[in-house]
Design a binder for this molecule. Structure first.
Ligand code: ACO
Ligand code: ZN
Length: 284
């Protein structure tokens, strides 16, 4: 006797085509059953609708004139843009986005109810349009002060610094809101690696800069400057072995190794979020 739910949750689709990319999927996603056993699922890279064959997709592309995600373009710098999409106003797009991202997210429940979320889609522009790189979702009202619900870089763009850019952007929004934020738990292994790297790099860079002024920063000071929650700052400092008990209190001390590693990391050319290119006000 098999549990019907277990059968239903076995990974079904193996391959999708989106834009110029064929992408192997990682996990189950509840696409309608008639699409589940296709050799390849064809996805319109702009509206994220899905089709059983290449013919149906090209017929769709004649009608679908989108060359970017729906919603407001709230950031543009060089070829990178962010679009803010309201789950209540763009239900179909946001459900399609959730279905697509579930193919690469194991531990998250899929929200059919997209109304309570805003979706921040990051694109890279070329002559054909603004191509979908990744996104994060965010609850309109989070009782836990989460500033990210789900975050994804499409596999064909992973390990190129785009996850870092998404994370950095989520904290820029929190800075504008004058709030401290943190990603929704639990994090995936890849999510944890990416957040830890981002937190460490940001905090160490801030501390190194600050050393020049001679004024020491507390954990709360670091939190307020970065929009990280104090517990994330604390855990990052613990991971860096940077909290020392000295004369009856904790002080933050960066070892030479930590500083050297940070210098090396900062030498890699990285895309940064430019706060001046953000044109956004919170809705609440
Ligand atoms: N192995 C080791 N370190 C990694 C890896 C990996 N596979 N991926 C990221 N990192 C670390 C590295 O330190 C990396 O910096 P480096 O490349 O200079 O060494 C750093 O994270 C940032 O990497 P990016 O290239 O900026 O991140 P990427 O674009 O690959 O996106 C993300 C990271 C979003 C987590 C991506 O792996 C992904 O979409 N995974 C599937 C979905 C997922 O797990 N999302 C997070 C769920 S948790 C949540 O939603 C709140
Ligand atoms: Zn389309």
């Amino acid at each position: 006797t098999q549990n019907p739910h277990e059968v239903a949750r076995v990974k079904n689709l193996n391959l999708i085509q989106i834009g110029k990319h064929e992408v192997e999927t990682w996990y189950f996603s509840p696409y309608p059953i008639e699409y589940a056993y296709l050799p390849i699922l064809y996805i319109c890279e702009f509206c994220l609708s899905y089709f059983p064959g290449v013919k149906q997709l090209s017929r769709h592309r004649v009608k679908c004139t989108l060359q970017h995600p729906p919603g407001n373009e709230i950031y543009r710098k060089d070829d990178i843009s962010f679009f803010e999409i309201d789950g209540r106003k763009q239900k179909v797009y946001c459900r399609n986005l959730c279905l697509l991202s579930k193919l690469f997210l194991d531990h998250k429940t899929l929200y059919y109810d997209v109304d309570p979320f805003l979706f921040y889609v990051m694109t890279m522009r070329d002559e054909d349009g603004a191509h979908f790189i990744g996104y994060f979702s965010k609850e309109k009202e989070s009782s836990e002060q989460y500033n990210v619900a789900c975050i994804l870089t499409m596999p064909q763009y992973q390990r190129m610094g785009f996850g870092r850019l998404l994370i950095a952007f989520s904290y820029e929004l929190s800075k504008v809101e004058k709030r401290l934020g943190s990603p929704e738990k639990p994090l995936s292994d890849l999510g944890l690696l990416s957040y830890r790297a981002f937190w460490a790099e940001t905090i160490v860079s801030l501390l190194v800069d600050q050393q020049k002024t001679g004024i020491e920063l507390s954990i709360d000071d670091i939190a307020n400057r970065t929009a990280f929650q104090p517990t994330d700052v604390l855990h990052t400092l613990q991971n860096l072995n940077a909290l020392k008990y000295y004369h009856g209190q904790y002080v933050i001390v960066l070892s030479d190794t930590v500083i050297k590693n940070n210098e090396r990391a900062m030498k890699k050319k990285k895309r940064e979020v430019d706060p001046k290119a953000l044109n956004w006000k919170p809705i609440h």
